[in-house]
Design a protein around this ligand. Structure first.
Ligand code: AMP
Length: 458
């Protein structure tokens, strides 16, 4: 046993079993620093990004403090976006398997408020959500925070960037001062210090270096004129053939145009930006994360905090306005010891941006030459496709039920089934393309958990 093994912590055996089932054996660096302090009840200010294991870093202590017999909100996690809230709630639910009957509710904007009120009436132990919607519930009197013992501010810097400071202050006013406050932030601007000074008690600081160094990510820049940009993107994708690629644009319109152009050129591509409705954003993300779409064209805001990493490549179709955003964007490629690839297109008026990035990394970026790239390759096609099932968490559909329905008698090999995502009223399952027709037939004609659900390919 090493001192970063979860088993070295004073955790209940049931939780250790759950961690083992999840195949979490060693703590990540942020977990090793944060969990022991969080278990002592200390306030924390932690520098950690998505992908560092931060949810478990705050989640384990938070879940252990909950009294399941008391049907009151005992923990509140504030997140900047709905996507991050969903992701955090998902991870907390996984960790909470050791503690049956623990209810975790997400409260985010962009969704009807009625069902949220219903969920709260049934009694929730943990609420994860965005500040605006939490405020709405406080105003309506449908949410009470007077029993909250743990408050988490996740991606606090993003919440401040997005103008949530007043909402956060208002919300904290509803929470008793005798609480534990955990503040997670990727950066430490003065505003974060200020927030900490006002709302935390003697916080301990923990931080781990998560920004990748240039050694793990090959960074290439390509000078292009504006009108050559889209054909340059095709050349980059055609030559490097990344299995998964995030393309960044600076505007929503550019994002929509580029993804449409890629689709017309035979690439599997989706857009992700703030003007899309929530349903389309969910679907784009799910298809990208489960391998049935290979290229996601996103804005920075839409891509913030998403649990999509280990990407084969990141392309800056538009260079970001500052070096920090560049570092954040390219940090999604080359994780977990793999080589990453970051490709940037830029115009002749953007030399100052390149300089800022080179200054940041203290080295020159290699200039790539578009005309030397292999021009004649056929676009990569995804190996997976997604089926959509009209039943979700609220219909008591679980991943095991869908897997069971597919792999049951005379069924499909489990290896053909990919990621399963369960939302409130809908579920998505990734299937290898060659088995998709059979899978669809089985799901349409068969039953899931003894019930019939509508199923369609996405
Ligand atoms: P997060 O930074 O919380 O979004 O976590 C990133 C990913 O790492 C999630 O998919 C977690 O399920 C996973 N994870 C978190 N902690 C561990 C651990 N100690 N060992 C293995 N995987 C982990």
């Amino acid at each position: 046993m090493t001192d970063t093994a979860f088993s070295a912590l004073p955790l209940p055996a049931t939780l250790l079993d759950t961690l083992q089932q999840l195949e979490y054996e060693q703590m990540t660096p942020i977990q090793a620093q944060a969990i022991p302090l969080a278990l002592e009840g200390r306030d924390l200010i932690a520098q950690a990004k998505t992908g560092s294991g931060k949810t478990a870093a705050f989640g384990i202590g938070l879940l252990l403090r909950i009294k399941p017999v008391m049907f009151r909100v005992q923990s509140l996690v504030l997140c900047p976006t709905r996507e991050l809230s969903t992701q955090v709630a998902k991870e907390l639910r996984r960790l909470a398997r050791f503690q049956p009957n623990l209810k975790i509710v997400t409260l985010c904007g962009g969704q009807p408020i009625g069902p949220q009120i219903g969920s709260l009436e049934h009694g929730a132990h943990v609420v994860v959500g965005t500040p605006g919607r939490i405020e709405d519930h406080l105003r309506k009197g449908t949410l009470h925070l007077d029993a909250v013992k743990t408050l988490v501010l996740d991606e606090a810097d993003r919440m401040l960037d997005m103008g949530f400071i007043d909402a956060i202050e208002g919300i904290i006013g509803h929470i008793p001062p005798a609480r534990q406050t955990l503040l997670f932030s990727a950066t430490y601007p003065d505003q974060i210090r200020d927030l900490s000074t006002r709302f935390q008690k003697d916080p301990m600081e923990v931080s781990v270096e998560t920004v990748h160094t240039h050694n793990q990510i090959e960074q290439l820049r390509y000078p292009v004129s504006n009108k050559e940009k889209s054909s340059a993107l095709l050349k980059l994708l055609g030559h490097h053939r990344p299995g998964s690629c995030l393309v960044f644009c600076n505007t929503k319109q550019q994002c929509a145009d580029v993804s449409e152009y890629l689709r017309q050129s035979g690439y599997s591509a989706s857009a992700l930006h703030g003007d899309m409705d929530q349903k389309d954003r969910d679907q784009a993300l799910i298809q990208f994360a489960n391998g049935s779409c290979l290229t996601l064209v996103a804005t920075d805001v839409a891509a913030r905090g998403l649990d999509i990493n280990n990407l084969a490549a990141v392309v800056n179709y538009d260079l970001p306005h500052n070096a920090e955003t560049y570092v954040h964007r390219i940090g999604r490629t080359g994780r977990a010891g793999k080589e990453g690839l970051a490709l940037s297109l830029y115009g002749d008026r953007e030399g100052h941006k390149i300089k800022a990035i080179e200054d940041y990394f203290k080295q020159h970026m290699t200039i790539g030459e578009l005309h030397t790239l292999n021009q004649n390759s056929v676009p990569l096609v995804p190996e997976m496709t997604t089926l959509c099932i009209a039943g979700g968490r609220k219909d008591k559909v679980r991943p095991g039920d869908i897997l069971g329905a597919l792999t049951g008698e005379a069924g499909i090999d489990g290896g053909e089934v990919g990621k399963i995502d369960i939302l409130d009223r809908v579920a998505f399952v990734a299937i290898r393309i060659q088995s998709a027709k059979t899978a669809l037939g089985r799901l349409i004609n068969g039953k899931i958990k003894g019930r019939k659900f509508k199923v369609r390919p996405l």
